[in-house]
Design a protein around this ligand. Structure first.
Ligand SMILES: Cc1cc2nc3c(=O)[nH]c(=O)nc-3n(C[C@H](O)[C@H](O)[C@H](O)COP(=O)(O)O)c2cc1C
Ligand code: SF4
Length: 530
């Protein structure tokens, strides 16, 4: 039987030479006349081991990594095709502790199957959720999602089933399903990984959403920085059309669902659902006033479900295994699994899918192995650029929406960025404010003007210019941003700033630096065109 070799096609693996590794295997297979085939799979999400190459053996899949093109001949000589030892051999893939300790529901197939093979998808449980959904009424599908406890994974954690119920109960001649694949949070990549590694699960989830709310058309709004995901989605959608899983009669049911991908406009604010809808309609990505909610008046003024990639990609397993199966994972009101993305100064960066409730410490140390630098951990930012900076003393906080809110933090999209003791939190606070100034959509004054003034005030604090007065001014400014901003970009930017001040006051009380701040001209630049 022909040996199967898996070399990932995921962007993270490509960035460290996976294509060259695949070419080296192809050349060696040809020149040595080996009976072997290459599969370009998704990533298993262990980035420090990429390119992680696997071979199928009677003992299961055996992993090797990180593999370079140069190491391919020596691997083959050592008996790679039989899974024999080599200095890069990691043993059976499923036994690698980072993977073994996970609970992969949404990512069950990612890295295992060929992302563009529908038969691979089906033989690993794919389209079973849709099959069941087609036998249910829209109301029953919605109730199943409500009962599963699924909350939106895009950041706000709003119950997905409740949103769907609103769209279902709003009558209209046309409704839409929009997938938010803008994935702008720092240190996040779960959406990208699933779109590149298991695109059919998103297509299936969106199709089920269409059946549930009576929507016949869907769009994936994809961030412009994801060209590989764009190509993979396009090809997977075309396969789904060819095989009758999209189009006028989904799986022969007589029910229509059409799907297309649109490239984003390259702005963080286009990830906010109303800006996203503006951008999808071909306009400038700017916030819309709410109400009306997109569920009532969304894309082209029609009732629209807007959900994150992971929310939608989790729906097939809920429909397949039932609401209780999903609800049984997690803690408190956070049900199911969280796709944690470890990034920053961490030894083992990668994707961890685990039931809500493990602590930040377990995520960073048991999975991540601590800091990459080996220096003491000093701060962690969870939930993207609007998330709080937590000190080491908060590492026992469980990863749970409510537990994080209690500590004035948020889980967001599950991104965890680790910093060691060389970080300067005053500069991180400045970075947060500057991020807001650069990414502000400009619609409301507190954010448009306030963030630019905020950078200037933090610069003065760092330079020790009237420090006490400027600290008071910064506090006032944060209050105005929180209370007066039209959307959560301006409204939440005080979170990283104030958490840095609260937990790391010593960084705001240091002698002025001898050299001017790096990046300072940016605020002057923004000032001139505002
Ligand atoms: C500034 C800003 C940026 C956002 N960026 C994203 C994003 O990149 N992806 C995402 O899914 N949600 C993002 N959101 C949240 C969306 O507005 C919305 O809540 C989400 O798409 C709803 O899907 P969910 O219920 O499945 O989470 C952002 C929100 C704000 C305020
Ligand atoms: S808070 Fe900022 S991003 Fe949000 S509407 Fe106002 S200006 Fe736009």
């Amino acid at each position: 039987m022909s040996a199967k070799i898996y070399v990932p096609r995921d962007a993270a693996a490509l960035s460290v030479g996976a294509d060259a590794v695949a070419r080296a295997f192809a050349d060696q297979i040809a020149s040595r006349r080996l009976d072997a085939t290459l599969v370009r799979n998704g990533s298993r999400g262990m980035f420090w081991l990429e390119p992680l190459v696997e071979v199928e053996t009677p003992r299961g899949r055996i992993a090797y990594g990180p593999v370079s093109a140069d190491s391919v001949p020596s691997l083959l000589e050592a008996g790679f095709l039989e899974g024999k030892p080599h200095q890069l051999c990691l043993g059976p893939t499923e036994e690698i502790p980072f993977l073994k300790k996970q609970e992969r529901l949404t990512f069950a197939r990612c890295g295992i199957t060929d992302p563009l093979s529908l038969s691979d998808y089906m033989s690993h449980g794919g389209y079973r959720g849709l099959e069941r959904a087609l036998k249910l009424t829209p109301e029953t599908i919605v109730e199943e999602v409500v009962n599963s406890g699924l909350r939106g994974r895009g950041g706000a954690g709003f119950p997905t089933g409740i949103k769907w119920r609103t769209v279902l109960q709003t009558s209209a001649d046309q409704k839409y399903i929009v997938c938010n694949a803008d994935e702008g949070d720092s240190g996040t990549y779960a959406d990208r990984m699933i779109m590149e590694g298991d695109p059919f699960v998103l297509i299936e989830g969106m199709t089920i959403a269409g059946l549930a709310v009576d929507a016949t058309s869907g769009f994936i709004y994809l961030r412009s920085e994801y060209p590989h995901a764009f190509r993979t989605l396009r090809r997977a959608i075309s396969v789904a059309y060819d095989k009758g899983y999209l189009g006028p009669s989904v799986a022969g049911s007589g029910k229509r669902f059409d799907l297309d991908v649109r490239m984003g406009a390259g702005a963080y604010i286009c990830g906010e659902e109303t800006s996203l809808l503006e951008s999808l309609e071909g306009k400038r990505g700017q916030i819309r006033f709410k109400p009306p909610l997109p569920a009532i008046k969304g894309l082209f003024g029609k009732p629209t479900v807007v959900n994150n990639v992971i929310s939608l990609a989790t729906v097939p397993i809920i429909l397949d295994k039932g609401a209780a199966y999903h609800r049984d994972f997690g803690m408190g009101k956070s049900r199911g699994t969280l796709t944690i993305q470890l990034a920053g100064n961490v030894k083992r960066g990668g994707l961890v899918e685990k039931a809500f409730g493990l602590s930040l410490r377990e995520a960073i140390y048991d999975f991540g192995g601590g800091t990459a630098s080996g220096r003491p951990l000093r701060a962690v930012q969870v939930g993207g650029p609007l998330g709080a900076y937590f000190p080491a003393s908060l590492l026992d906080t469980p990863l749970d929406y409510e537990a994080f809110a209690e500590k004035k933090g948020m889980l967001g999209h599950g991104g965890i960025v680790v910093f060691d003791d060389t970080v300067d939190l005053a500069r991180q606070a400045r970075f947060a404010m500057e991020f807001c100034a650069v990414e502000s959509c400009g619609k409301c004054t507190p954010c448009r003007m306030g963030s630019t003034r905020g950078v200037e005030v933090i610069d003065k604090i760092i330079a020790n210019e009237d420090r006490q007065q400027n600290m008071v001014l910064l506090d006032d400014l944060c209050e105005v941003l929180t209370d007066g901003s039209l959307c959560a970009l301006g409204g939440l930017i005080p979170t990283p700033v104030q958490s840095a001040i609260r937990h790391f006051p010593e960084d705001f009380d240091k002698p002025a630096p001898a050299a001017p701040l790096q990046g300072t001209p940016r605020s002057q630049e923004t000032q001139s065109w505002r």
